[in-house]
Design a protein around this ligand. Structure first.
Ligand SMILES: C[S@@+](CC[C@H](N)C(=O)[O-])C[C@H]1O[C@@H](n2cnc3c(N)ncnc32)[C@H](O)[C@@H]1O
Length: 499
């Protein structure tokens, strides 16, 4: 029995842990990773496995394995896998140190939220295990708390721990005082309030396991890389180009460039990709690697600014002002195409540089295979995972591998009913019967609006055959780049603010 059996940890799907993202980053830095859609993927410390389950739904030919010490978490995951009838995922309650089978190496190994939270001997064993089970062209993702930014969190979490031990209620009491402190120097008060407010915002499980944990060791990037090198790994990049500090900087010493970027930005968390030491990793991304990629993003059409530029805002909080015509062509096209992705080649050979720049600015996502989302609502068939989740609470996972919080119960009702067996008209009639006292035209309008919301969230699935066509690069001609199609994405942006 572990602490994770007693207090549930709120595990989530993370786009930056998705094997397709790992493949994109590896390709950009000159490697030849295994195609994600047919890869073997391992997550160590997977909790209830939601990050793997969400990917397993959209990549039926990939094979997923998740291991975690917590019996309760794994049992929750296994129940979900059974309910979904998934055959390509295996969740096991076991210590990762017992993973010794080298006959079926993994092309991708993901370890999120573990390295900083275990003692030195287990960290060492973790890198040993990854070394043993990672395929020759494999990519490993390891996240950890990073200095210098983590010093601030460390200061506050240590004080909360001294005051409250592992008592969540007492810790929250102390954090509340810290949020509104009237004593001490203004700078100290500001730092304390900022960190304490962030901790108060965490769910109980995250506060307990992340902040009140007895082991929570941040690292200087240089020291993490030295540890990785001692196990014959080398640095590839971060899981996001936007957080790869050496991107675009001149100089050969990538490790020092990355380290210095942490000094100058106050970085507090890293999500580092590693590969075996015997590969040649590029120091800067190769735009040629974008040739067969797909780009997408929940963008609004640009709004004109007084200086002649256009401002673009995306659903995950990034903003860009640009006058560059190529940038605008890409962003307007992606805004119109969302929730679908477009082939990078459609923007022409010279646009790859701009796509890379927009990816680094967090304005778009890149994939080797586009997510299997539908752009039409003819017979709405929502992700079976999201349909199940909608019966349990507001948090659902999109086919883009993102978490969305749906507070509207009527939206969740429509989601749970959108199982591919009904046309929109049949769905409307069904909901009208559920709410006989509501005016019929009001129900009709609400269901139509909710279906559109589900479409824009990327929750409606493509039929299998269409997905194969899209991965082959044949995208509906109405999604070819064009300028200034006006589409109303206001609802999407409002909803995505909850992501
Ligand atoms: C903070 S949680 C992270 C869960 C998930 N990866 C996420 O980021 O949402 C850490 C997980 O690692 C698991 N864990 C810790 N030590 C482990 C070990 N030796 N073998 C397998 N799992 C372990 C814990 O049970 C827990 O579920």
């Amino acid at each position: 029995m572990t602490d994770y059996d007693v207090i549930e940890y709120p595990a989530k799907p993370f786009l930056q842990c998705h094997s397709d993202r790992l493949a994109i980053m590896a390709r950009l830095f000159g490697l030849t990773p295994h195609p994600p859609e047919s890869a073997r993927i391992l997550e160590v410390g997977c909790g209830d496995g939601i990050n793997l389950v969400a990917a397993a739904i959209t990549m039926p030919k990939a094979r997923f394995t998740g291991v975690d010490l917590s019996r309760a978490a794994i049992l929750r995951g296994i129940k979900l896998v059974r309910e979904l009838g998934l055959k390509n995922i295996r969740l096991q309650q076991r210590d990762f140190r017992t993973l010794t089978d080298r006959t079926q190496p993994f092309h991708y190994v993901v370890v999120h939220g573990l390295y900083s939270w275990v003692p030195p001997d287990v960290r060492d064993a973790l890198l040993d295990t990854i070394k043993a089970v990672l395929a020759p062209n494999g990519i490993a993702f390891v996240s950890y708390n990073a200095y210098p930014g983590a010093y601030l969190r460390q200061m506050v979490r240590e004080m909360a721990g001294i005051f409250a031990g592992s008592n969540i209620a007492r810790a929250r009491e102390w954090l509340q005082t810290a949020c509104t402190l009237q004593t001490g120097a203004p700078l100290y008060r500001a730092v304390l309030a900022d960190e304490a407010t962030a901790m108060q915002g965490r769910e109980d499980g995250a506060l307990f396991h992340d902040d009140l944990a007895t082991t929570n060791q941040p690292f200087w990037f240089r020291d993490f890389i030295a540890h990785a090198a001692s196990h014959n790994f080398q640095y590839v990049s971060e899981a996001d180009l936007a957080t790869t500090g050496s991107f675009g900087l001149p100089g050969n010493d990538r490790i020092m460039l990355e380290q210095n970027s942490d000094f100058l930005t106050g970085r507090r968390f890293r999500q580092t990709l590693l590969c075996h030491a015997d590969h040649a990793v590029l120091s800067q991304p190769d735009v040629g690697a974008l040739k067969h990629c797909f780009a997408g993003g929940p963008l609004n059409p640009g709004t004109p600014q007084p200086d002649g530029s256009f401002e673009y805002v995306n659903g995950v909080g990034a903003t860009l002002r640009t006058k560059n015509v190529e940038d605008r062509l890409i962003l307007e096209s992606l805004a119109a195409a969302w929730p679908c992705y477009l082939p990078a080649n459609d923007f022409g050979p010279n646009a790859q540089e701009r796509l890379l720049h927009l990816f680094a600015a967090n304005m778009l996502d890149l994939r080797t295979v586009p997510p299997p989302v539908a752009d039409k609502i003819s017979r709405p068939n929502a992700s079976p995972l999201a349909r199940l989740q909608s019966l349990r609470g507001p948090s659902v996972t999109t086919l883009h591998h993102m978490e969305v919080v749906m507070n509207s119960s009527s939206l969740r009702t429509v989601l749970s009913l959108a199982d591919g067996t009904r046309t929109p008209m049949q769905l409307i009639r069904h909901v009208q019967k559920l709410y006989p006292s509501e005016p019929k035209d009001k129900v009709t309008a609400a269901v139509n609006q909710h279906l559109e919301e589900l479409r824009q969230y990327g929750l409606l699935q493509l039929p299998d055959s269409q997905h194969q066509q899209k991965s082959g690069g044949r995208i509906n001609s109405r999604h070819r780049p064009y300028y200034f199609q006006k589409t109303n994405y206001t609802t999407l942006t409002k909803m995505m603010a909850n992501v």
